[in-house]
Design a protein around this ligand. Sequence first.
Ligand code: CUA
Length: 258
Amino acid sequence: MLSVTQLEKRIIWISLAFVAVLLGLSVLAINLFHVGLPTCLTDIKPFQKGELITHSPTHYELHYVARMWKFEPEDVTVPAGSTVDIYLSAADVTHGLILLGTNLNLMAVPGVVNYARVKFDKPRVYQLLCHEFCGIGHDRMAAELHVVDMETFAARPSPPPADQPTHPAHKVLDDNLCLACHSIDGQPGIGPTLKGIYGQTQKLRDGSSATINDAFIREKILNPNAKILAGKFEQEMPKTDLTPEEIEEIIEYIQTLK
Ligand code: CUA
């Protein structure tokens, strides 16, 4: 019969052996399968701009910003064989990022940067999805990451320079998350696109109709749910905190979106 101390010693040794095996497997996974451990970085300031930074032809740094309800940048291309350091932050609420087909799974938390490294060996299109419920547009929050072979990558045309609208109201709309629901280029969204909306006559939920003019837009911003459009966009709009000057700027800007 074993004395209790001997039994305890055995249990301790068995536990230590388990820990050693687990550590060994982790080291193996990291080196053999390039499994990146997600890390919360505390020494990096959260960023507001998504971008792909090239360190070398096979080493990239990818800054993703998750916001209602998209990832920025939405469309990224890197060559096969490259190592990508992925940094993730959130601009508004907590989101998640899962890269289907890899083991990348990070939380996007406002004020925090999370990090993981992924190595992409073969050409393939990867889907990025948000896996944390983040509001009405959560199920549409997706993006793509394209891994192409080196020749295709080298031969691809450089993207046209993004011409950001310069109207001051554009920044107001962006800062107040209006653009999360309303596009300015006719793209479908959660709310109606602002392109061409000025001057239109729209049916309202109460059966009446209204012309989208200065007075309508002003009232819609100040009292979002007094008049609700009928049909597809029959849902409430959140109230924003805009100054009268900002509202007038927005009205003027919407008129220019033809
Ligand atoms: Cu972002 Cu769900």
